[in-house]
Design a protein around this ligand. Structure first.
Ligand code: NAD
Length: 428
């Protein structure tokens, strides 16, 4: 998204082709799964606070719904592109399949920078997005959710607009709503916690105690903060995180050898996960270049920011100590870098498996919203642990049985499930 020569959709298609070859899929199934089934591209006119109107470009792309309604987040980002949304929608299809959820894959976005918009302007943008797509979404067709730079407040405005337009209450239409307004307990924690449930299981396979491990993360937003919370709860230490700096329009890494203090760092972070650099300096953090998080002498790397961050240019900077890379972000590793990481025998928990906790809890939220009966947080988190652990074990067992790495195993399992659903429905 931040690199104009990088095309995430081409990467997603390359990854799909590799799985399709391994599965020996027929041509019609390849043609169907290689591209989204439906794409909605639209303009959203928004009246700004100064009375002028600005027109934003918006998307909702449904990659595949053979296994159930499409599901996936809506991003607000200045470098959003149709191909980013296409790639993310395809990854959602594989993610819901690998997590064994009765859902398909979709994704949405708006090209915008919410930092530049007031609260009221953001609300009008959310309502405008819904006005363009409300006929194409719903609890039985496609269920949006938050993603980068969108949050529970945005989701509630979107749901409200949907309910106004459709003339009925339909809380199962959108997930990631505020708790008490149809949101699920545990949704905020789910993606980050899910990443660490996977790390915990991988460490068991490597016969290593979490308390003997150190991690470095890219990003300090929703996924990263909750990953750090659970990782430190199970005994691990985090020495470095990076974040995007809105003032310099660049990223920095923030390091403390004694271990970062999560609450302290959160107290100097804006609502979009940007750490305030000068305050970090005052608190004794070492300020390093943006990709220094990747070069740290740690056991575990967790990219939890954006796509295409581990590439041929920096992959060789990864320390020999690194045993696990848990991809919290979607598509953080280029296919070329991925090959080098495999050759180095680093245990990779691929993105759509590692970060499936979010959509798993979104599914729980949808179920609760449809029932209009809400579970306690402990119940949600223990169900999350069961789902994530069993997804990890299924992929890990398949990888061992078929002599595959974790990414290939996860791809083969999920593409096979979706292809079978398309066959069974008689589509191909
Ligand atoms: P967020 O907006 O809360 O946080 C993003 C973080 O990344 C921020 O700290 C930001 O400063 C940082 N960042 C952005 N660009 C950066 C750069 N170039 N270098 C370093 N840091 C940078 O987003 P999030 O919800 O935490 O999502 C992070 C990733 O996880 C995304 O790839 C998203 O698609 C994926 N993901 C999120 C969820 C979820 O439930 N939130 C679920 C699945 C996958």
């Amino acid at each position: 998204m931040n690199n104009t020569s990088y095309n995430p959709f081409e990467n997603a298609q390359k990854q799909f082709d590799r799985a399709a070859d391994m599965l020996d899929l027929d041509q019609a199934t390849r043609d169907l799964l290689r591209n989204p089934m439906r794409e909605h591209h639209f303009s959203i006119p928004v009246r700004l606070d100064d009375g002028t109107v600005k027109v934003f470009k918006g998307y909702r792309i449904q990659h595949n719904d053979a296994r159930g309604p499409a599901k996936g987040g809506v991003r607000f980002h200045p470098q959003e592109t149709a191909d980013t949304v296409r790639a993310l929608s395809m990854w959602m299809t594989w993610k819901t399949a690998v997590a064994d959820l009765p859902l398909g894959g979709g994704k949405g976005g708006v090209i915008c920078d919410p930092h530049d918009l007031s609260e009221l302007e953001q609300e009008r943008l959310c309502r405008g997005w819904i006005r363009q797509v409300y006929k194409n979404i719903g609890p039985e067709t496609d269920i949006p959710a938050p993603d980068i730079m969108t949050n529970s407040k945005h989701m509630l405005w979107m749901l409200d607009e949907y309910e106004v337009l459709s003339g009925k209450r339909a809380p199962g239409t959108i997930t990631g709503k505020p708790v008490g307004m149809g949101g699920s307990q545990g949704r905020t924690e789910a993606t980050g916690y899910g990443v660490i449930i996977m790390v915990r299981e991988a460490l068991k396979e490597l016969d290593t105690l979490p308390s003997n491990t150190i991690a470095s993360l890219q990003g300090f937003g929703n996924v990263s903060q909750y990953a750090i919370e659970l990782f430190t709860q199970i005994g691990g230490k985090v020495i470095c995180v990076s974040s995007w700096n809105q003032e310099d329009l660049t990223s920095y890494s923030y390091k403390k050898d004694s271990g970062i203090d999560l609450d302290e760092l959160k107290s100097i972070t804006d609502n979009f996960g940007g750490i305030i650099k000068n305050k970090a300096i005052d608190l004794g953090y070492e300020i390093l270049p943006g990709d220094a998080w990747l070069e740290q002498n740690v056991d575990i790397l967790i990219p939890a920011a954006i796509e295409n961050q581990i590439t041929l240019e920096n992959v060789n900077k990864i320390s020999n100590r690194v045993k696990i890379i848990a991809e919290g972000a979607n598509g953080p590793t280029s296919p070329e870098a991925s090959d080098i990481i495999n050759d180095r025998n680093i245990f990779v928990i691929p993105d759509f498996l590692a970060n499936a906790g979010g959509v798993t809890c979104s599914y729980f939220e949808q179920v609760q919203s449809n029932m209009n009966y809400y579970w306690e947080k402990d119940e949600v988190l223990s169900k999350l642990d069961v789902k994530m652990t069993s997804a990890f074990i299924a992929v890990s067992d398949f990888a061992k049985d078929n002599n595959l790495n974790m990414r290939d195993a996860a791809y083969v399992i999920s593409v096979d499930k979706v292809a079978r659903a398309c066959h069974d429905r008689g589509w191909v």
